[in-house]
Design a protein around this ligand. Structure first.
Ligand code: HMG
Length: 387
């Protein structure tokens, strides 16, 4: 069978940014606790006319603009901040992008793990039908209550991944390591728009899942540690990846060099936690910023609270440099409009999904916007008229 994997990867984020220095000042916290203690500098905040659909569509548009929609018969939308209990967010994206009607669209949920689950389903579909391509979208807005320890670990962002045979970027290897344990580390009941979390338990549950997934991969004949050239992780905050990776190296009995992980932290330090998109934004950073990946093996660890973990490996395709989207994420990050803490908190208070009719102000500069709710239904539109 020919190689199957990631053919394209595009990222989108929110219109606004909150610098953690400003939050630290407001809360009377030493800023070093954020920059060093949790390894975060800022987080993206959606404009009032942005949500998972607009960010997901903005990421997916980049992929469709480059590759067209031929062969796409499946759109998988992973999220844990869904905007409807019934309709898949991907159906809105399908409409905004004008995708063909002969397409199946579905939404997947298991906390931050949903994006990796979608990737695995996509690989299976392409394995059965190598002429098909699958559009995977992972988008989330990470929201915790204000004035909690979790507040600095919020964020917003999306990725779109095109899965195909003979991929331009990464061939995904068939073996992966799996781990599931029923644990109450983080969850969001149906009547809440903010997550509940047991912070300390969540950190140890993440580590348990990483070690467990590693052991499963090893027991199935997976690659030896020293044949994995780069690692990227789900990053609720970048220090989490460091903590977990240090434990893995102790478990395996190899030296720990934290400098090896820093490239994968570059974007996540700025966007914050993007739940299902987080791991893939880390992967985008490594592809964009590391010029020496031809033929190297990358380990990708996905963790979703509750909890499910999976360790996936892939081989970077020679020539990937020609197809990566170098500079695009950096430009998006720099274009974000800074918020004061008061302005961010006002947006946060207004951020819960509602079925009340409402018009949203025009703020976003992204290609699509959330226009508001009419008759209980959400409405989206392009921000620029079609040419
Ligand atoms: P906290 O109460 O701020 O923790 O909560 P802390 O007081 O232990 O401080 C954090 C670190 O800062 C510590 O370092 C301190 O020493 C250090 P550590 O001991 O851990 O290495 N520190 C300083 N460093 C330098 N200068 C200073 C200073 N002061 C303190 N002056 C916590 C932190 C992450 C728990 C909180 O933010 C939280 O609850 N966040 C949300 C939960 C979370 O992100 N969990 C991660 C694992 S679960 C996961 O990844 C899944 C998730 O993405 C959801 C999903 O799957 O859907 C969350």
């Amino acid at each position: 069978m020919s190689a199957i994997g990631i053919h394209d990867l595009a990222v989108a984020t929110g219109h606004h940014v909150l610098e953690l220095d400003d939050l630290a000042e407001r809360l009377g916290v030493d800023p070093a606790k954020y920059h060093v203690g949790i390894g975060q500098d800022a987080f993206s905040v959606p404009a009032p006319d942005e949500d998972i659909v607009t960010m997901g569509a903005a990421a997916a548009k980049q992929v469709i603009d480059r590759h067209g929609s031929d062969g796409i018969r499946t759109v998988l939308f992973a999220t844990e901040s869904g905007i409807d209990q019934s309709k898949a967010a991907g159906v809105f994206v399908h409409g905004l992008l004008g995708l063909p009607q002969a397409v199946r669209v579905v939404e997947l949920k298991q906390a931050c793990y949903g994006g990796a689950a979608a990737l695995q389903l996509a690989l299976g579909i392409v394995a059965r039908n190598p002429d098909e391509r699958v559009l995977v979208i992972a988008a989330d807005v990470a929201r915790y209550d204000v004035d909690t320890a979790a507040e600095p670990t919020q964020g917003a962002g999306a990725v779109a991944v095109l899965v195909s045979a003979d991929p331009d970027l990464i061939e995904i290897e068939p073996l992966s390591g799996l781990f599931t344990a029923d644990v109450d580390d983080f969850w969001r009941p149906n009547d809440r728009s903010t997550a509940l979390v047991d912070g300390r338990l969540s950190v140890s549950a993440y580590v348990d899942a990483f070690i467990g997934a590693w052991d499963d991969l090893a027991s199935r004949g997976g690659p030896a540690y020293d044949t994995i050239d780069r690692f990227v992780h789900h990053q609720p905050f970048t220090k989490m990846a460091l903590k977990a990776h240090r434990k893995l190296t102790q478990h395996v009995g190899v030296p720990f060099d934290e400098t090896e992980l820093q490239t994968g932290f570059t974007y996540n330090r700025q966007v914050g936690n993007t739940y299902t998109a987080s791991l893939w934004i880390a992967l985008a950073a490594v592809l964009d910023l590391d010029d020496d990946l031809d033929g190297t093996r990358v380990g990708m660890f996905s963790y979703g609270s509750g909890s499910v973990g999976e360790l996936i490996t892939g081989i970077v395709r020679p020539g990937y440099r020609e197809y990566r989207r170098q500079g695009a994420v950096r430009a998006d990050l720099e274009a974000r409009v800074p918020l004061t803490v008061d302005a961010y908190r006002a947006l946060h208070a207004d951020g819960a999904a509602t079925s009340q009719d409402v018009d949203r102000p025009r703020v976003t500069a992204a290609p699509f916007r959330f226009a508001g709710v009419l008759g209980g239904a959400r409405h989206y539109e392009a921000t620029t008229p079609a040419a």
